[in-house]
Design a protein around this ligand. Structure first.
Ligand SMILES: Nc1ncnc2c1ncn2[C@@H]1O[C@H](COP(=O)(O)OP(=O)(O)OP(=O)(O)O)[C@@H](O)[C@H]1O
Ligand SMILES: [Mg+2]
Length: 140
């Protein structure tokens, strides 16, 4: 695992922007870390690189937000409010994952049975107010 550090939301967004040149359709990234640790900011940067007009909102209430882009669709999940993995399958989770989309899953570790085996991981830790440590197996 590689250890990265950011010192502002913008720096975390820049990591997301870099990811837009690394990930391929079919890739799944599990984003782990406490509330406010920067998971959604990373996806915001990623989307901004693909589509500067995209407005990324937290999917914690909607469960999933999908963003079609010129290159592929991006599905942004947040499992935080999910009470059972079955709820995922009711919203067509399998189809979201099986298409040529890139998927980000915040709080994905809450339902390991719903996580594909070959996904990437990013683990966010809040070191201080603006300082985040991000451990990842991605080549960032
Ligand atoms: N280095 C940093 N990287 C990312 N966000 C930072 C950083 N420093 C401060 N912040 C602030 O921390 C917050 C991160 O919020 P964000 O919505 O990305 O968290 P999250 O991990 O998605 O939380 P949740 O689990 O509630 O969805 C923002 O308010 C952002 O401005
Ligand atoms: Mg979030």
């Amino acid at each position: 695992m590689k250890r990265l550090e950011t010192f502002s939301r913008e720096e975390t967004q820049i990591l997301g922007r870099k990811l837009a040149h690394i990930l391929c359709p079919g890739d799944v990234v599990i984003l782990t870390g406490d509330l406010g640790s920067g998971k959604t900011e990373l996806v915001r940067g990623f989307m901004h690189e693909l589509d500067p007009n995209a407005i990324v909102r937290s999917p914690s209430f909607s469960l999933v937000n999908s963003y079609p882009t010129a290159r592929f669709t991006v599905n942004h999940f947040d499992f935080y409010r999910l009470s059972a993995a079955e709820e995922l399958f009711e919203v067509g989770y399998d189809e979201y994952l099986s298409t040529d989309a890139i998927c980000f899953i915040e709080w994905g570790e809450m339902f390991p049975e719903a996580i594909p085996g070959n996904c990437y991981r990013m683990i966010f830790t809040e070191a201080s107010e603006n300082h985040r440590v991000i451990e990842t197996d991605l080549p960032l």
